[in-house]
Design a protein around this ligand. Structure first.
Ligand SMILES: Cc1cc2nc3c(=O)[nH]c(=O)nc-3n(C[C@H](O)[C@H](O)[C@H](O)COP(=O)(O)O)c2cc1C
Ligand SMILES: CC(C)CC(=O)C(=O)O
Length: 350
């Protein structure tokens, strides 16, 4: 059975997943105001196409932090892929490689980053990091990511504590099943101990400075929503900024990322690329984000829905649908290249 929209994948994933696992993937913090806002804010923006511009041949590829992607849609870091499919992050990485896009591997992956890299030769991988209070262990993680061939570090800065996810509390979902663990957190002489993911309330700009000295990899800061922080990120040597409210899973009532984007882009003033995630479900959403100044976007839940519905094939289809929609919308906007997208194409309200 072919699926024609990302929404169909969610319905199928929901039918297949354990209800508590579906809730973990789908849910957010508090009243889930931000979860809903991310998607609906895109719908409120209109696209105002240009005509008669002869855009027969399209250019959709981007180079970000030295990695090339054939389309401006990346795979956002999401945890626990083996809850959705036995192959887990291996399947996701193969699909990302087939789509020629970048996968940001979560520190909380259920397949070790080395095994993700081995499963998908040629994949462009970046590694997402939650700075662990044990800085020596954090450094070990960075070294593993480097050795596995990851081309950038994506440091998540919106989680000094975990968001209050009421679905998970109600479902009693607070750990992985026995047969799964966060494989990147294996430690000890024989890798027989698995550390828990620790959120670090003490996380500060000093940690970013430390990381900057620890590695030559470019560092993207994920979870920046305030323009003042965007400026600080540049001052502290960030190579990219990801405007993200963690898909509405951390602080509820943070505005939709697409509404925050213009101010951040202005604050950064072109110093580094600005990426965005949260609520991207259509090619037109991608175009709106790029028109408002994002260099690329990333998708979180849609990838999980593809994986739960049909494993690697499902993720391939999700990424393929997005690519086709981006190309189609680009053509209808009269743009031959994603670099022609500019704020004048976006009107609010729709
Ligand atoms: C199930 C799930 C797990 C996630 N795990 C992580 C993670 O391990 N690290 C991280 O930085 N962000 C994580 N995120 C946030 C995503 O990277 C991303 O910001 C968010 O999913 C984007 O919104 P979208 O799902 O609407 O596309 C997770 C999101 C979801 C839905
Ligand atoms: C293991 C979790 C901390 C992963 C995460 O960031 C999330 O569930 O949003």
């Amino acid at each position: 059975m072919d699926r024609w929209t990302l929404r169909e994948f969610e319905a199928e994933a929901r039918a297949r997943l354990e209800p508590a696992h579906y809730d973990y993937f789908a849910g957010g913090a508090g009243d889930e105001v931000t979860v809903r806002a991310n998607e609906t804010a895109f719908g409120r923006l209109g696209l105002l196409p240009r005509v008669l511009r002869g855009a027969a041949k399209l250019q959709t590829d981007v180079t970000l932090l030295g990695s090339r992607a054939a389309m401006p849609v990346l795979v956002a870091p999401t945890a626990f892929h083996r809850l959705a499919d036995p192959e887990g992050e291996r399947a996701t990485a193969r699909a990302a490689a087939a789509a020629e896009t970048i996968m940001i591997v979560s520190m909380a992956a259920t397949v070790a980053v080395e095994d993700v890299a081995a499963a998908a030769p040629g994949a462009e991988l970046w590694f997402q990091l939650y700075v662990q209070p044990d800085l020596a262990f954090t450094e070990k993680l960075v070294r593993r990511a480097e050795a596995a061939g990851c081309k950038a570090l994506v440091v998540t800065v919106d989680s000094p504590v975990l968001g209050m996810r009421e679905r998970d509390l109600r479902n009693g979902f607070n750990d992985l099943p026995e047969h799964l663990c966060c494989e990147n957190l294996r430690d000890g002489a024989r890798g027989d101990r698995v550390r828990p993911v620790v959120m670090a309330p003490e996380l500060s700009w000093e940690h970013i400075d430390l990381l900057r000295e620890m590695t030559a990899l470019p560092i993207a800061l994920k979870g920046v929503t305030h323009p003042a922080d965007a400026r600080l990120a540049v001052d502290h040597g960030a190579s990219a900024i990801m405007v993200s409210n963690h898909g509405g899973r951390q602080l509820d009532t943070v505005p939709a990322t697409i509404d925050l984007l213009p101010e951040i882009v202005e604050a950064v003033g072109g110093a580094v690329p600005v990426l965005l995630d949260g609520g991207v479900r259509r090619g037109t959403d991608v175009l709106k984000a790029l028109a408002l100044g994002a260099a690329a976007v990333a998708v979180g839940r849609p990838v999980i829905w593809g994986l739960a519905a049909d494993g690697e094939r499902g993720v391939t289809r999700v990424l393929g649908l997005l690519r086709a929609e981006v190309e189609h919308a680009l053509m209808l906007c009269g743009c031959a290249s994603i670099h022609e997208l500019e704020p004048g194409l976006v009107r609010r309200p729709c």
